[in-house]
Design a binder for this molecule. Sequence first.
Ligand SMILES: *Cc1c(COP(=O)(O)O)cnc(C)c1O
Length: 382
Amino acid sequence: MSLRLSMSIVGEAEAEAVRRVITEDGYLGIGRETHQFEKEVAAYLGVAEKNVVSANTGTAALTLAVDALRPADWKHAGKPRVLVPSLTFVASFQAILAAGCEPVACDVLPETGTLDLADAERRLTPEVFAVMPVHYASNPWQIDEVHAFARRHGLRVIEDAAHAFGCRHKGQKIGSFGDAVCFSFDGIKNITCGEGGLCVLFNDEEARIAADARLLSVEGDTAARFAGTRTWDPDVKRLGWRFHMSNIMAAVGRVQLGRLEAEFIPARRRLAAIYAERLSALKDVALLRQSPDDFIVPHIQVVRILNGRKEELKAALAARDIPTGVHYKPNHLLTLFRPAAGSLPFPVTERLHGELVTLPLHPGLSDADVHGVCDAITEVLG
Ligand SMILES: *Cc1c(COP(=O)(O)O)cnc(C)c1O
């Protein structure tokens, strides 16, 4: 079988958990299993259960977070704005839009692909109320500086931590501190629920708003459904969505959470270490920079291919049946998010777009598989 760029690592235990929900519980929607998953994620992160809101995708979790944090008393003529790096999955941009706000694309740093705070500062306007750092390739680069920047300018921080479940900064888990931290549990992320997502909102009132908003903003419906009932005489005061996580998804997620520390984290880190060791010797390859303060559980293996050799390498790997990916086409190049004429340029993002290559990485790969990819890269570039 040829290598896969990424894949879900699921098996009998996940299948058994789903079987249990179907044959024993019989209730497939949001209920006991979802409640249990939220409790277990809260315990894993070391946060209160009431600050954790599960959702059906990471994009939904981001939408809920932006919606809950956007100021209630808006005085400006324009929409509320959120600073976000252009180099991210289009989900970050669409979530901001879905929550009634406007993404302000920013340039990134050349060595990490993460938000360039100096560039973000130049794009500040009175409408900007939040900054959304993206932990690109699971790297929470400069997270303290992002928070300091936000405090200095009176902004909120909504972390797109879709890549970063299981990562730590100075020993603290990503998702255990901050304003709002959003994870994705889609099929190929560090853990999966099939599809799924979750946000941690550290302000209790904002967490309550998000918990209701995922169930059409039917007030108090989460507690009722977790208890196996419904709210039959509810009130609704604001916009809401059907963004909840089902019992089936949560059952898969609970098994995956149990496999994270002992199985997935060591496997992802071991494979990434092989890539780092083998590829750092090549003059046409640069690894993304990391801080010794950060414990990284890599969701994707991204490298920079220098000296204009990216396309040559991609073609040579494809010819050897080794898939590569692009993370990501910059959002400012997409029709919907094209910036107004005369706005600041994105020189670093565009240069990186010509350099970045994603290599196969998932816990289903063996050390030999990764050595095989490195052999091929060495052969082409060496
Ligand atoms: C996966 C991902 C998302 C969205 O998560 P989904 O669960 O796929 O909706 C958001 N941002 C980034 C950077 C992602 O990689």
